[in-house]
Design a protein around this ligand. Sequence first.
Ligand SMILES: [Zn+2]
Length: 76
Amino acid sequence: MTASDWRKMLKQFRNKPAIRDKVIKHNKPKERTTGIARKKCERCGRFGAMINSYGLNLCRHCFREIAEDLGFKKYS
Ligand SMILES: [Zn+2]
């Protein structure tokens, strides 16, 4: 499955709930405890360059875009 989001494939089982549950049971990726795939940007889904300070859980790209809206101020 792609790294973006494994739930995308469930769209094809919209009208077949029993089959959907079975597919989820057997194909759901396991929860990671270590490694780069453990943390994911909440906004875009990137794995790299995470900012987890202050409970942000954003990648650096998203942080740059929405930092001012969040109340951060650039001093340089
Ligand atoms: Zn992001």
